[in-house]
Structures are given as structure tokens and as C-alpha cells.
Design a protein around this ligand. Structure first.
Ligand SMILES: NC(=O)c1ccc[n+]([C@@H]2O[C@H](COP(=O)([O-])OP(=O)(O)OC[C@H]3O[C@@H](n4cnc5c(N)ncnc54)[C@H](O)[C@@H]3O)[C@@H](O)[C@H]2O)c1
Length: 285
């Protein structure tokens, strides 16, 4: 395993909401970044999101160096082979076990044998993802929160075969990005989503069953329990498809108390995915 001081290039798989956020914070911490997605269009959108986010932070004087210098450290690509340069890879592709297992098998082929392979999965088993490789001891969960540049927390998830030194490295790397970590065993949903997903689904059910108007549900939970976002606005922020994928995994693993809300499934079927599609429970510009 490479030590923290041996990490120069961070590979990121997926240029979506989480992938481009992870690429941005790694570049901000001084790392060179190679961010890979499957289509040029997705790579470009991810790079544009990084530009926008860095400009906003720059305008608030929240960066230690110019946005342009940070942005120059991020390369976008659609070529898997470009990840060969990485000293550490963090996967943030779609929340689908088969896709992630295929990505990890590919990563094993393309990266050096001592490179840690991390996944940003919200709910899927680290152990099952790792078993797609012959290097399960190098695989660890590095679960960033959304939006990555703003949220301080990172959940380190330890699989059945994860080497304790790899878990320790994951904590140290996240701390080097100015994050604060906690650790979870590889159990469905880990700490955060095991508790968060039923809360969001119950908020959606409460709305669907007419308990209150959607704004009152969000306002009630914010003012009544001191959380920064209510369940419906948080679902829009996370992405309704991501919430549904996570809820379905938890339902499969933990049973009926994790049943996804009917209205969540209907919104996803309609293509209302939240902020990223312009419409979820609320409308966005
Ligand atoms: N959205 C959140 O709030 C949140 C928070 C924490 C963790 N996560 C997790 O992070 C991961 C990514 O979520 P997201 O919200 O960024 O999703 P997203 O839909 O915004 O982005 C996923 C990206 O992965 C790309 N992709 C698909 N297959 C790929 C492949 N084989 N190689 C490279 N790229 C590929 C897609 O083209 C897309 O651009 C998921 O595992 C999700 O559960 C999401």
C-alpha cells in the first residue's frame, strides 16, 4: 500500500454530483486528479460544475490559492487507461452493484498492485464490491457527503477483508482533504444512510398521505428538530434516483421497515430526479 506521502495523483471514477465534488476537494488539497466518466458530455459537465463551485468559493475568499490553479490540476477523461497514473482511486459511479463490481475488476487490471481502491457507495456492500477483485484487502469505503466541498464529514467503511492499514490510510487521506471522519462496519447503509433513508421515506409518505403541505413537512422538521434541511428538500438535493437505489438496497437487506415510499418510485419513473433534473418535490431553475 502507498503511504499518504506517496500519493500525487488521485483517480476519480464518475464525474457526477459526487465524483466532481471529490475531484474538486482533492485538487484543492494539492493533488493531481484524473476524473473519468463514460461519455465526454458527462466529463465536461463535471468539469463545468467544478469551475462553478470553485468560482463561488473564490468569490467568498474561501480558497487558499486561485480557482484557476486548482482547476488546472483536474484532468477529465473517458479513457479507463488514464487511471493507470493514479496512486489512489475513488469510485463514485452510479449506485449499482453490477456496475461497481465491473469497475473494480477493470481498476484492478489498470492500476498498480499497491494502489488503494476506494468506493463512495452510499449503501452497497464494500465486501461484495471488493470480491470482484483479487485485492479485497486494498478496498475500502470512503463515503463523502453531498455537497462534497461543503460537508465536513466522511464515513470510512471497513469491509470483511479490508486491511486495517488501508482503513487507517482512508482516515488519513480524508483528513488531509480537511474532512473529519468516523468509521462504520460494512453493514447495509452504514451509520448515515441506515438512519437517514427511512427518515426521508417517512417524510415522503407523510406528504403523500396528506399529513401536511410539503413546505410544512420540511419546515416542521427543520424548526422542530434543528436539522438544516427537511426530508423532501434533502431528497431533491441528494437525487431521487439515488434515494430510491439506496432505499431498495436497504429494503433487500433489512426488510420491510425500509420499504421505499410509493411516491418516491413514481417520481423517479416520471424522471423527476430533484435538483439535477430541474424538478423533484420542488422546481429548480
Ligand atoms: N448524491 C448524493 O447525495 C450521494 C451522497 C453520498 C454518496 N453517493 C454515492 O455516490 C455515487 C455517485 O452518486 P452521484 O450522486 O454522484 O450520481 P450521479 O448520477 O450524479 O453520477 C454518477 C456518474 O457515474 C457515471 N458512470 C456510470 N457508469 C460509469 C462507469 N462505468 N465508469 C465511470 N463513470 C460511470 C455516470 O455517467 C454519472 O456521470 C453513488 O454510489 C451514490 O450512492 C451519493
Amino acid at each position: 500500500m502507498r503511504t499518504l506521502s506517496e500519493i500525487d495523483v488521485v483517480g476519480v471514477v464518475g464525474a457526477g454530483t459526487m465524483g466532481n465534488g471529490i475531484a474538486q476537494v482533492a485538487a484543492t488539497a494539492g493533488y493531481e486528479v484524473v476524473m473519468r466518466d463514460i461519455e465526454t458530455e458527462y466529463v465536461e459537465r463535471g468539469l463545468d460544475d467544478i469551475d462553478d463551485s470553485l468560482s463561488r468559493l473564490d468569490a467568498k475568499d474561501a480558497l487558499d490559492e486561485g480557482a484557476a490553479a486548482i482547476r488546472e490540476r483536474v484532468d477529465g477523461t473517458t479513457e479507463l487507461a488514464d487511471l493507470a497514473a493514479a496512486d489512489l482511486v475513488i469510485e463514485a459511479a452510479v449506485e449499482d452493484l453490477d456496475v461497481k463490481r465491473e469497475i473494480f475488476a477493470d481498476l484492478e487490471g489498470v492500476t498498480d498492485g499497491d494502489v488503494v481502491l476506494a468506493t463512495n457507495t452510499s449503501t452497497l456492500s464494500i465486501t461484495t464490491i471488493a470480491s470482484a477483485t483479487d485485492r479485497a484487502s486494498d478496498v475500502v469505503g470512503l463515503h463523502f457527503m453531498n455537497p462534497v466541498p461543503i460537508m465536513e464529514g466522511v464515513e470510512v467503511v471497513v469491509g470483511e477483508r479490508t486491511d486495517p492499514a488501508v482503513a487507517e490510510f482512508a482516515h488519513a487521506f480524508a483528513e488531509d482533504l480537511d474532512k473529519t471522519t468516523w468509521e462504520s462496519d460494512d453493514k447495509p447503509g452504514f451509520v448515515t444512510n441506515r438512519i437517514l433513508m427511512p427518515w426521508i421515506n417517512e417524510g415522503i409518505r407523510a406528504y403523500d398521505e396528506g399529513v401536511a403541505e410539503k413546505r410544512d413537512i420540511d419546515r416542521g422538521m427543520k424548526l422542530g428538530t434543528n436539522v438544516p434541511m427537511g426530508p423532501l428538500e434533502l431528497a431533491d438535493h441528494i437525487g431521487l434516483d439515488v434515494v430510491l437505489d439506496a432505499s431498495e438496497t436497504l429494503h433487500d437487506e433489512l426488510g420491510d421497515r425500509y420499504t421505499p415510499a410509493y411516491l418516491l418510485k413514481r417520481k423517479v419513473a416520471a424522471g423527476d430526479l430533484g435538483k439535477k433534473s430541474g424538478r423533484g418535490f420542488y422546481e429548480y431553475e
